[in-house]
Design a protein around this ligand. Sequence first.
Ligand code: CP
Ligand code: NVA
Length: 305
Amino acid sequence: MHLISMSDLTLEEIEALIEDAGRLKAERGSQRLRDDLKGKVLGLIFEKPSTRTRVSFEVAMLELGGHAIYLNWNDLQLGRGERIKDTARVLSSYLSAVMIRAFRHETVVEFAAHASIPVINGLTNLEHPCQTLADLLTIKERKGRLSGLKLAWIGDGNNVCNSLLLGAATVGMSVSVACPEGYEPPASILERARALAEKRGAEIKIVREPADAAKDADVLYTDVWVSMGDEAERERRLKAFQRYQINERLLGIAKSDAIVMHCMPANVGEEITEEVMEGEHSAIYEQAENRLHAQKALLLKLLSP
Ligand code: CP
Ligand code: NVA
């Protein structure tokens, strides 16, 4: 089994992963080192930078008794043009699983098509499913439930937004995306998310005004205005997203017990203010920590016998 898109997971699978992650988190104080994945090796291929994804996967493998190998794209023959297909076949004969962070989503899809081991999407231009697993765990911890909640996405309809839309829709959470015209999530994602949401009585909306999304929201979520790979559009994006910031004023429109989320890294002063990031509503640092626990649950699902 692979995890390429958040929609690869059923409601039951998401619920089981969140439960396992919560258990692993609670146990970690007394039982940090386990041996479930003894002898298993995870390859981590990065075509873009990373702090959280790299370190949480490496530590997850270590604490589960396995091993991780960091593979920078440009240090592999991939950087000199070796075919993805050939790399996938060769690495499948050495490794137990591979996580890939790539620019193009198609790279991960193609890799998985030729791999005989599980492939995990560690972020592409289209999706970031590992982030969504940690986010759903965080929301469940803070709110005690997922179904029936309302999440407001403020800003770019990007990779993090796309996976969150699919994950939220699957668990029955409504999402309002407030974004400028031209920065909506792709139609293919919206269509899939809406079909999933409908089955669970949830709603997916696109609005222009951050305040319209934030009204009565249980969760406010934002991400950078300029994602990795979008740097050439920085000036245009800074102008387009000026109003799409989570600040005290926007927080005041949400429910009084709303939580604030951000996948990090954050550009403080752009999409979020320091006050909100450090404020009592912020669940941002827990989200980052939860990457570790959620990915441990995922690795156990994909790799334990
Ligand atoms: N949120 C996230 O994936 O962070 P990194 O880019 O640091 O891995
Ligand atoms: N949308 C951001 C997320 C980083 C974890 C990016 O793709 O750069």
